[in-house]
Design a protein around this ligand. Sequence first.
Ligand SMILES: O=C(CO)[C@H](O)[C@H](O)COP(=O)(O)O
Length: 210
Amino acid sequence: MELQLALDLVDIPGAKKLVKEVEAYVDIVEIGTPVVINEGLRAVKEIKEAFPNLKVLADLKVMDAAGYEVMKASEAGADIVTILGVAEDMTIKGAVEEAKKQNKKILVDMIGVKDIAGRAKELDAFGVDYICVHTGYDLQAVGKNSFEDLNTIKSVVKNAKVAVAGGIKLETLPEVIKAKPDLVIVGGGITGAEDKQAVAAEMQKLIKQG
Ligand SMILES: O=C(CO)[C@H](O)[C@H](O)COP(=O)(O)O
């Protein structure tokens, strides 16, 4: 089980400062969608150059023209690129094809997908690397989480790794770990903590204990 730190509300210097604090405790650094919007793929490039031992995920949430966008993120140094599960099948297949060419991975974000089980089976057959259930900020604001969806994809996905994101905190992490995802994605649960290093360290400890 791996831990991914999601950076959403920082600029590039802020991202570097944050990663430096917690780099010993995380496996993957996510350059979140708002950071890519504000700073471009330069943020991916600079974080990868500053922390070559960490994997970097570009949260592009690709919806179309995936071959091109995966290629550009790969050139910037991303190890993993996200695409939306609601995208057309052709788009998903294009992302997988380009990622294979570039020796990179594709994570599918299931945000907005209504038939989680059915779509996860299809995506798994397309050869994506990760399938991630995700409660975005707008649904977190009305008290939703992805714990039930995590169990759903765990029961149907045979090949891809299974991931979970959306409002996970130190207090809710044990419940997430019980479902045994391959990847746990945490943003505000670490970046919003007063002692980010202590929270990241505790999260890594719980994850290692399984
Ligand atoms: O992709 C995202 C929002 O669209 C976030 O990166 C993801 O939800 C993790 O952040 P948090 O733990 O703060 O919810």
